[in-house]
Write a protein that binds this ligand. Structure first.
Ligand SMILES: [Zn+2]
Length: 70
């Protein structure tokens, strides 16, 4: 019972941060955010080429997101 509750709350927080990340990606791609929220360095958007996924990264890599575009 306890383990089950723990798992549920874990899933919820994962899903919350997933949605937060999607919102963040949207804002970056829309040009509304151009700096890393943590280090305030400029974010770099690398669009995918060949087999590599598109990424959003800052210089210090505290923001390092792979875009799951499909
Ligand atoms: Zn950063």
């Amino acid at each position: 019972m306890f383990e089950h509750t723990q798992l549920k709350s874990f899933n919820k927080s994962t899903s919350d941060s997933f949605h937060q990340q999607k919102n963040f990606i949207k804002k970056v791609l829309a040009g509304r955010i151009s700096q890393c929220p943590q280090c305030k360095q400029n974010l770099t958007i690398n669009l995918s080429h060949l087999d590599e996924p598109s990424t959003i990264r800052c210089a210090k890599k505290c923001t390092d997101i792979e875009l799951d575009c499909s």
